[in-house]
Design a protein around this ligand. Structure first.
Ligand code: B12
Length: 193
């Protein structure tokens, strides 16, 4: 039985985090970061699982991505909700979780029967729009107007990420880079040193 949730964040570097807002080009560097990190999540997760199971605690890993149902565009597991509950950050208006190391990056999760001490949560509201209604840059930059204050059109967002996947494949040969990242790159907290 799972007793603890291990949630962790891998931030992108500053050039990756800021790339899509400084360039009208396709987000190839963002796509590369996304595609490169995915197999590492499998490695890191299996190392965590192996370590805990050697100590007698059954553990279970959850894939970083492509875990969702195409019909409703939802996954059975939300890495960012897990991360929020684990105390890693607060949600931005762009629906990304903002951590003390920024929002540009990726989350993963391991469930374990080990009883672990929780990390103290990030208490401060990071997103300026959520704080006082200012900023809102993420709504303005979305190329397909998918992002609104009351939610996201998941299908419009996915159409954009799939369009970029095709363009990235044609220009760099990289596969499975279905990305965008504009709504993160304009966030004042995309990257935090
Ligand atoms: C399906 C999916 C998509 C779909 C739908 C996106 C959407 N917003 O729903 C598409 C293909 C469009 C997409 C696009 C993108 N995605 Co995406 N996607 C996922 C995936 C696989 C599942 C999300 C999901 O369905 N979860 C289940 C639903 C029920 O939960 P949820 O969407 O997280 O929303 C819940 C929370 O917001 C929660 N909530 C709201 N407020 C609060 C407050 C508190 C305190 C708590 C606890 C919870 C909570 O309530 C919501 C409903 O239950 C996750 C990986 C994963 N398994 O988590 C990545 C993930 C969400 N994607 C990610 C990224 C980076 C992107 C893109 C930037 C594309 C890219 N890689 O370049 C865009 C950004 C779109 C956006 N602004 O949201 C990252 C987010 C990283 C971050 N910093 O938060 C994730 C976590 C992948 C990862 N392993 O890191 N994605």
């Amino acid at each position: 039985m799972a007793v603890s949730v291990i949630s962790y964040f891998v931030p992108f570097t500053k050039p990756v985090a800021r790339f899509t807002r400084e360039s009208g080009q396709i987000p190839a560097i963002w796509g590369e970061a996304y595609a490169v990190i995915n197999p590492y999540f499998d490695e890191v997760n299996s190392a965590i699982k192996g370590y805990l199971e050697d100590k007698g605690f059954p553990s279970f890993t959850i894939a970083a991505t492509h875990t969702y149902n195409e019909a409703d565009m939802k996954s059975m597991w939300s890495h960012r909700s897990a991360a929020a509950i684990a105390g890693l950050g607060t949600f931005g208006a762009n629906r990304m979780l903002i951590t003390p190391r920024g929002a540009a990056g990726r989350f993963s999760t391991v469930l374990t029967a080990a009883r672990l001490t929780p990390t103290p949560p990030v208490a401060e509201e990071m997103c300026p729009y959520k704080r006082d209604g200012s900023c809102g840059l993420c709504f303005k930059i979305c190329p397909v107007h998918a992002l609104h204050s009351d939610g996201i059109d998941r299908f419009a967002c996915q159409a954009e990420t799939r369009k970029n996947e095709k363009l990235i494949k044609e220009s760099t040969g990289l596969s499975q880079a279905d990305v965008c990242g504009k709504c993160i790159s304009v966030c004042p907290y995309a990257y935090i040193d």
